[in-house]
Design a protein around this ligand. Structure first.
Ligand SMILES: NC(=O)c1ccc[n+]([C@@H]2O[C@H](COP(=O)([O-])OP(=O)(O)OC[C@H]3O[C@@H](n4cnc5c(N)ncnc54)[C@H](OP(=O)(O)O)[C@@H]3O)[C@@H](O)[C@H]2O)c1
Length: 260
């Protein structure tokens, strides 16, 4: 029970990586506040996590690209627990496409979804961490920050800014006992990755299975990762065991990225 009694806030947690992390944290004794846009989906995820682990889980509908929704989330966290030990900043991915596919509005939407969400949720939660001089912030980004992924220009660009934010924040917050790291998935088997494979299939005339096979050939471990494997690294970063780790990008990709 490595997170016994800790309070964790996890956004975009009704399925995929966010839900996997929420479940893993609950298995280790954490109390959760989880959020995603769809009320029914997030309540169902909370119920499932409670049934499996017996953990205390508060769930609410929040669109992290909307400032007012984030204020609602912060208000709920304050009134429910008044304290936060672990924050996982996660969101949906921006649309796939190349440079000429996107106008200003699309760029602005990606900025709100994948950068400003991290800024606003962190700003709201931070006073509760600073108050007790301890905390962990884990930002979910993408292996695209190390090696840009074709047809994902919005993600490749905006997530680079999250790197800058994380590194700078890690330096500002270390004296307050707060550690900040990025967790960057490669090809973890979730709906998002299945959708991206389908888009690539539609664009190339290949079957989605063939697209997956092409990716798999580039992954030395020889397969897509599981949500559980990804969540285990999040658990390390959330736990006391990572007490000397901050400002880092943890790529969880089975060796997909070939650079240092
Ligand atoms: N899986 C991978 O290997 C991989 C690789 C690179 C990057 N990523 C990135 O990691 C993040 C999570 O990916 P995933 O694979 O877990 O995706 P997923 O399986 O599609 O799940 C996305 C989750 O985000 C929630 N969500 C989407 N937009 C939201 C918003 N505006 N506000 C609040 N919640 C929102 C969804 O719930 P609602 O629909 O209820 O909002 C859902 O719970 C994404 O940003 C994705 O681009 C994933």
């Amino acid at each position: 029970m490595r997170l016994q009694g800790k309070v964790a806030v996890i956004t975009a947690a009704s399925k995929g990586l966010g839900k996997g992390i929420a479940l893993r944290f609950a298995q280790e004794g954490a109390k959760l506040v989880i959020a995603s846009r769809d009320e029914q989906s997030i309540q169902a995820a909370a119920e499932e996590i409670r049934n499996i682990t017996g953990a205390e889980v508060t769930a609410l509908a929040v669109d992290v690209s909307r400032k007012a929704d984030i204020e609602k989330l912060i208000g709920t966290v304050r009134t429910t627990y008044g304290t936060v030990d672990i924050l996982v900043n996660n969101a949906g991915g921006p649309p796939a496409g190349t440079f000429l596919d996107f106008d200003d509005e699309a760029w602005q939407n990606a900025f709100e979804l994948n950068l400003m969400s991290v800024v606003r949720v962190t700003r709201g939660i931070l006073p509760m961490m600073m108050h007790k001089n301890s905390g962990r912030i884990i930002n979910i980004t993408s292996a695209g920050v190390k090696q840009p992924i074709p047809n994902l220009i919005l993600s490749n660009s905006i997530r680079a800014a999250v790197n800058g934010l994380t590194k700078t924040l890690s330096q500002e917050l270390a004296p307050h006992g707060i550690l900040v790291n990025n967790l960057a998935p490669g090809r973890i088997d979730t709906d998002r990755v299945r959708e991206l494979d389908q888009i690539a299939a539609d664009n190339t005339g290949l079957a989605a299975e063939a697209v997956k096979e092409n990716w798999t050939k580039q992954i030395p471990v020889g397969r897509y990762g599981t949500v559980e494997e990804f969540a285990n690294v999040a658990l390390f970063l959330a736990s006391d065991e990572s007490s000397y780790v901050t400002g880092q990008i943890y790529v969880v990709d089975g060796g997909l990225v070939k650079g240092y």
